[in-house]
Design a protein around this ligand. Structure first.
Ligand code: ATP
Length: 552
């Protein structure tokens, strides 16, 4: 991972935000190559999901088509949207503060952490020293015994809990007694990272992840609004507008790509968990009777997309949530997960969630906030029995003019992160191998084996030397490719082997060299980044050759 992070900075894929001021945690800037890569990720998603595909094969084999349209909604919306969506009440993590160091931790990351007796080490893997009241000089055994008591560690899991490499990631809450994870209790004995004594942590409290802002000049609490934590709600609240204006018929999908913001307590793992990030979301509206088929369709299609874009089978999994992980309104959720190199072996990080959301969202925006725990869904009421958050009161049902049926559509939501996908493609592409240098001697090289559609630069055009008309021919090809819409570069500096390596490292799939033979045979050499194969292609055909290789 360190090698990837350093390449990203060195070659201009990603920079820390506001780096000259020391950065800003959880925020990132894409450099000249990064912006092309991410734009290609977005464009591949948009083209494959929205504009170029409309075919559906039903379980009985019948083939039909469906509509996909796009939308771009505002980042700041009427605050009532977040009350009815549930984000205002429920979109929070539990956090604790260290009174001494003023550091803030996510409760689920502090809870259950175990490190060895001794000095508290500022070692990420050891993290915290847990004991009820033990002084650091106490014997390990005694600390363990008391920690076991304190956490009600079940006997059979004792070994695992106290294993030397045991950390929050390896500790499973089911190893502990039922009360052990209760708020407060498990914190009294925690020595937080960097603190000089135990017991400096506050009680856990809710921390809403939405960024708050003030709209207008008055600046009162009534003017508070939120930066959206997901793009999805912009689609739901426009459901009626889209139906009325674009003549789409159910089943259809509405797609949106845009920035979302979450005040993550512990942003980390490069861009994987940021505070500002980009989502690529689809809300697919369908009839309740066929929603299960559509759920399966989208789950499988999204998984196939990541594979088609180059992620390997071995590092990608589709994880169906267990029935007890699902909310009442959902009959299925699956996550596409990737084995990022910053995770331990066997661990995966979420790239995308595909959820069957029933009619929960449209109904909440019609009637008011629904109770996600009640089955069937009921309106959430305040202490006086009135709706807690009122809906829009607008009719967000769908009328099928063929069957004359009026119903609230069910929704399948494939929700992906553009930054996480970009990071996964970068991680998968990073390769250290060998290639021959100018003298034919094998040398180590770094290459990014990105799918050509995603590669920031599609081809690099080189004159072998700076004379004999080679630069002129090369520039002619360069201009023709630019005019064809290809993002290509021209370079005449340095030995040819070095120029190849520079392109390998940024993922350019093809290098085109104009050499001494070009003047006589009218052809150039096209070198493939991955196979290193070199083929002669006539100058007049080279642009079409690259375009056709790109189409695959
Ligand atoms: P996590 O469990 O990792 O916090 P989540 O389940 O809260 O993610 P969703 O609300 O389902 O995520 O959001 C959909 C997608 O948006 C995620 O699969 C991910 O790709 C992306 N995403 C969510 N939070 C972040 C973040 N903080 N930084 C970057 N991408 C994110």
């Amino acid at each position: 991972m360190d090698a990837i992070v350093s390449l990203c900075k060195r070659r201009g894929f990603l920079f820390q935000s506001s780096e000259i001021y020391g950065g800003f945690q959880g925020f990132w800037d894409y450099g000249p190559l990064g912006v092309e890569l991410k734009r290609n990720v977005r464009e591949a998603w948009w083209r494959d999901m929205v504009t170029s595909h409309d075919e559906y094969t039903a379980p009985d084999g019948a083939v039909s088509s469906f509509d996909m349209v796009g939308i771009e909604t505002s980042i700041i919306m009427n605050p009532q949207v977040w009350k009815c969506s549930g984000h205002y009440d429920l979109f929070h993590d539990m956090m604790v503060d260290c009174r001494e160091t003023k550091k803030r931790f996510r409760f689920d990351q502090i809870r259950g952490r175990w490190a060895t007796n001794g000095e508290a080490e500022a070692d990420e893997n050891k993290r915290v020293f847990i004991t009820t009241d033990a002084a650091p000089e106490e014997a390990v055994d005694d600390t363990e015994r008391r920690a076991a008591e304190f956490y009600e560690v079940k006997k059979k899991y004792g070994k695992k809990f106290f294993a030397e490499d045991s950390t929050i990631e390896t500790v499973d809450m089911s190893w502990l007694g039922p009360d052990a994870a209760a708020a407060g209790k498990s914190l009294d004995g925690v020595l937080a990272l960097g603190a000089s004594k135990v017991g400096t942590l506050t009680e856990p409290r809710e921390f809403n992840l939405m960024f708050k802002t003030i709209v207008g000049a008055l600046g009162t609490e009534e003017d508070a609004a939120f930066l959206r934590p997901e793009t999805a709600q912009g689609i739901f609240v426009n459901f009626k507008n889209v139906c009325d204006s674009s003549r789409v018929k159910i089943p259809f999908g509405v797609a949106q790509i845009g920035k979302s913001f979450r005040n993550e307590i512990t942003p980390r793992n490069f861009t994987f968990r940021s505070r500002e990030f980009e989502q690529m979301e689809i809300e697919f509206f369908c009839h309740p009777d066929t929603s299960q088929d559509w759920y399966k369709y989208w789950r499988d299609r999204r998984m196939a997309w990541y594979k088609a874009m180059g992620l390997s089978d071995e590092r990608l999994i589709l994880r169906e949530h267990d029935p007890d992980e699902l909310s009442h309104y959902s009959t299925g959720t699956a996550d596409v997960e990737y084995a990022f190199p910053f995770l331990d072996d066997g661990e995966y990080g979420e790239l995308e969630g595909i959820a069957h959301r029933g009619d929960f969202d449209l109904r909440s925006h019609m009637e008011g906030k629904l109770d996600e725990k009640s089955n069937p869904l009921e309106l959430q009421l305040d202490a006086d029995g009135n709706p807690k958050w009122k809906g829009s009161g607008k009719d967000l049902q769908y009328f099928d003019d063929q069957t004359r049926e009026r119903f609230t559509p069910h929704v399948i939501e494939p929700s992906a992160g553009a930054d996480r996908a970009t990071l996964a493609f970068l991680c998968e592409a990073y390769t250290e191998d060998e290639a021959p240098d100018d003298k034919g001697v094998m040398q180590k090289r770094v290459s990014l084996k990105l799918h050509p559609r995603l590669a920031p630069i599609k081809a690099a055009i080189f004159p072998l030397i700076k004379k004999l008309g080679m630069p002129e021919t090369a520039l002619g090809i360069y201009r023709e490719m630019k005019a064809a819409g290809l993002n290509v570069i021209y370079s005449q500096q340095g030995a040819i082997g070095r120029r190849y390596r520079q392109q390998d490292e940024i993922g350019t799939p093809w290098c085109i060299t104009i050499d001494g033979d070009t003047a006589t045979d009218g052809a150039v050499t096209v070198r493939d980044r991955d196979t290193l194969e070199q083929t002669r292609v006539p100058v007049s055909e080279v642009t079409n050759e690259i375009l056709s290789r790109l189409r695959g």
